[in-house]
Ligand binder design. Structure first.
Ligand SMILES: [Zn+2]
Length: 126
């Protein structure tokens, strides 16, 4: 079972791999109803000018009504990648652009995690 301390350690690990160590990041586990949108598994709130960010991740104990398994580490990597692309984020109103942008971030998160789990990024964080 993951605790907030585990998640915090996981966040430090990925900050190192993704070269995001200059960000001050706080992680919190959320239950499904604590998210602004109920189907969310994660979200990130950031301030580019201060370099501070808060990442909310769905508590692993949450029961999900989805056929896709919940992978907390993947969601964490996804939210962290948002920080790299923060200044390029399209307006929420531009639905198509925003959706495609989300899919790109998701695709990169999955690829990063896949490579990492195959052991190919072990040296990147050093
Ligand atoms: Zn996203």
């Amino acid at each position: 079972m993951r605790t907030e301390k585990n998640v915090d350690e996981l966040c430090r690990k990925w900050q190192k791999i993704l070269r995001l160590e200059d960000w001050e990041i706080h992680t919190e586990l959320f239950s499904a109803r604590e998210f602004e949108e109920c189907d969310r598994q994660g979200e990130v709130v950031y301030d580019i000018s201060t370099g501070q960010a808060i990442i909310h991740l769905l508590d692993v104990d949450a029961r999900l009504d989805t056929p896709f398994p919940y992978d907390l580490e993947k969601v964490l990597v996804h939210e962290l990648l948002h920080l790299h692309f923060a200044i390029f984020e399209p307006e929420q109103e531009d639905r198509l652009r925003h959706d495609l942008w989300e899919r790109t971030v998701e695709c990169m998160a999955r690829t990063m995690l896949l490579l990492h789990r195959q052991g190919n990024t072990e040296t990147l964080g050093r």
